[in-house]
Every structure is written in structure tokens, then in C-alpha cells.
Design a protein around this ligand. Structure first.
Ligand SMILES: Nc1ncnc2c1ncn2[C@@H]1O[C@H](COP(=O)(O)OP(=O)(O)OP(=O)(O)O)[C@@H](O)[C@H]1O
Ligand SMILES: [Mg+2]
Length: 335
């Protein structure tokens, strides 16, 4: 078959064993076998599947671009997780802010907080810690992405929060009625994760000072310490409020701030070691050096290295390609 199609033997082998091959090769080899490539191609799902993919080399474990939503693909941040869960595991629950540059891993960390304590062990990596909270099943987590247009209308956002809490939605769903329903019914620990909060402040006139003050008063006075906010932003919440012309009471309730930097070297090595085909020491050291342990850059370089190994190409061309792919994100490397 390799002779007939003039496609390399290693690519034909990869094709026949279900490993990724280039699109054009895939189409041509399918045609050769009289098959419609669309019928036999494995198409990457939009987000990571809730069931882990087999790690026998069929699916790449390296995710670049979309936030990590499945805990098994998330690495590191141990120090931040310890601090954050400490604020959330006792009464009163306390608020926290996560500050990090663009593409540093803020959204991934919010998803991880929400999911790690209730993900079944068989969907985690063997050594992954998940017992951060004494009674994780009592917690309600609400993820709010303020970039999502539906969250930018006050009424829709309030409805979404009530629905997530499984509470009755009043009509009309205005601030007063929302406050009433929540303060009457919220009796178990609840964490509202606010992502892209600066978008909320800059672009959503309906999310005005009155709205934020109401959230503050809910958390501090009306829910017996059961409600906390964790927000993610590229700059400090107080400054952000100031720069967008908001008064700051809501934004000064964030007692703890986690600054997201690079991973520690140990954490970065764990991410690299998750490759289904192990890398040589020399490759590992090169990836650590060039990425400075930033998770996105690690993922990009690992993806390139793995792709090259899977293609059976044993040269160093992947390094050049990796650096090229890293380029749009090298702002992470500026101190
Ligand atoms: N803890 C992590 N473990 C593994 N990969 C990570 C981790 N955190 C971030 N990444 C990588 O970084 C990429 C960007 O992560 P994420 O979208 O969470 O960043 P962000 O700070 O929310 O970005 P943006 O500023 O664009 O909203 C992910 O696609 C993933 O490749
Ligand atoms: Mg994000």
C-alpha cells in the first residue's frame, strides 16, 4: 500500500493502527481502501469528553487553546489550590481573586476548583489529590462566564444563578426578588466563579454598581457565611473597578489574591511526563527551558514533540515548529 500510494510506510502503519496522520494522507489512504474518510475519521469533540480517552496513544493528551475542563488534563497549581480550598472549606466561606496574564490558565483553574472534588477517582490520574473539602457533595458551584452574551443581561444572569441553585425563579426576576429568594433559601456552601469579570465591568451597563453592591451584601450579610465569590481577572479587582468607573465595595471583599505565574519545575515535569510516548531527557530539558514552565507553552512544545514521534520522524524539526507555534504567546515570558 505504501508503494502504491507513495506515502511513507510509517504513515501507512499509523493510519492502519488508528494513530493521527495528516489530512491529505488520511483521505488518500481511505480512498485506496474504498472507504469514505468521513465515515472512519475520529473527530475531535468540541470540549474534552467527560469520560477519559484511552491513553494508549490514540488521543493526544496535550490541550492547547481551550481551557482545561477535565481535571485529569490539569497540572500543578498546588500552592494556589491549597490556599483557595482553605478559604472555601470553613465557615464563613471567603472570597478570592485569581489574577494572571492572558493565557496564563485562569479559566482552567476555575473549572478545576469546580470539578476536582467530585470527579470519580477513575477519571483522575492515579496521584491526583481530590480530597480538598470535607463534604464536597454539599457544595454548589456556579460558573459564570461574563464574556457569554447571555450573562450580560442582569435578568438572565440572575435567572441563571437561581436555576443553578435549583431555586424558584420569580417574575419579574429583579434584584430585590432575587435577593429575597437567595437569602431565604441558601443554606449550603455555594461558590460563584466569575470569569472574565473585566468584560462584565467594561461592556455591560446592566451590571452596574447597584448590581455588584447587591451581590456583596448577599455574601456578607444574608447567607450566613455560605456564599463566596472567586473571580478571575488579568488585573487587580480594585484597580479594575476604578479604571472602569465603578465604585469599589464589591471589589474590596476579595481578601486573598492568587497570582498565576509559571508552574513549578516539578509540576512542569509531570505535565511533560504525561506523554503517551516518553520524551528523552534532552527533549524534556529543552522543553522546560524554552517554555519557562508556562503551562500553555509546555502544552504547545509537548504537542509538537509527540506529533513528530507519532509520525515516526526522528529529527529536530519539531523544535523549530514548536517555537513558531509558541510565538503568539511569548508575552507570558516577559517579566
Ligand atoms: N493547570 C494547567 N495544566 C495544564 N495546562 C494548562 C493549565 N493551565 C493552563 N493550561 C494551558 O493553557 C491554556 C490556556 O488556559 P486558560 O484558557 O485557562 O487561560 P486563561 O488565563 O483563562 O486565558 P485567557 O486570558 O485567554 O482567558 C490551556 O489551553 C492549556 O493549554
Ligand atoms: Mg480565560
Amino acid at each position: 500500500m505504501a508503494d502504491d500510494t507513495e506515502i511513507s510506510l510509517s504513515t501507512v502503519k499509523s493510519f492502519l493502527t488508528g494513530k493521527p496522520v495528516d489530512y491529505l494522507n488520511f483521505v488518500e489512504l481511505s480512498k485506496k481502501l474504498g472507504l469514505d474518510w468521513q465515515d472512519i475519521a475520529y473527530k475531535e469533540p468540541q470540549t474534552q469528553p467527560s469520560k477519559p480517552q484511552p491513553t494508549n496513544g490514540e488521543a493526544s493528551p496535550f490541550i492547547t487553546g481551550a481551557p482545561i475542563t477535565q481535571p485529569r488534563y490539569f497540572f500543578g497549581r498546588d500552592k494556589e489550590l491549597k490556599r483557595l480550598f482553605n478559604l472555601l472549606k470553613r465557615h464563613p466561606l471567603q472570597n478570592a481573586a485569581i489574577i494572571g496574564k492572558k493565557r496564563s490558565g485562569k479559566t482552567s483553574l476555575l473549572h478545576y476548583l469546580k470539578n476536582i472534588t467530585t470527579t470519580p477517582a477513575e477519571q483522575l490520574r492515579p496521584e491526583q489529590k481530590s480530597d480538598w473539602l470535607p463534604y464536597p457533595e454539599n457544595y454548589c458551584w456556579i460558573f459564570v462566564d461574563l464574556q457569554d452574551a447571555r450573562m450580560q443581561s442582569r435578568e438572565k444572569l440572575l435567572k441563571y444563578i437561581l436555576e443553578s441553585l435549583k431555586m424558584q425563579v420569580p417574575t419579574p426576576c429583579d434584584l430585590d426578588r432575587f435577593m429575597q429568594v437567595v437569602s431565604d433559601n441558601l443554606h449550603s456552601p455555594t461558590v460563584i466563579l466569575l470569569d472574565e469579570i473585566s468584560v462584565g465591568l467594561e461592556r455591560c451597563p446592566e451590571l452596574d454598581d447597584g448590581f455588584w453592591e447587591c451581590l456583596r451584601s448577599l455574601a456578607t450579610n444574608h447567607t450566613a457565611g455560605n456564599l463566596a465569590f472567586v473571580l478571575a481577572t488579568p488585573e487587580s479587582p480594585m484597580e479594575m473597578a476604578h479604571n472602569t468607573g465603578h465604585s469599589s465595595p464589591f471589589f474590596n471583599i476579595f481578601g486573598y489574591t492568587a497570582y498565576l505565574g509559571a508552574l513549578t519545575e516539578k509540576e512542569a515535569r509531570e505535565l511533560i511526563a504525561s506523554s503517551p510516548i516518553p520524551f528523552t531527557n534532552e527533549d524534556v530539558e529543552w522543553i522546560l527551558r524554552k517554555s519557562c514552565c508556562w503551562p500553555l507553552l509546555l502544552q504547545i512544545l509537548c504537542r509538537e514533540r509527540l506529533f513528530n514521534l507519532e509520525e515516526g520522524e526522528n529529527d529536530d524539526n519539531w523544535r523549530e515548529e514548536g517555537l513558531r507555534q509558541m510565538k503568539p504567546f511569548t508575552h507570558l515570558l516577559d517579566s
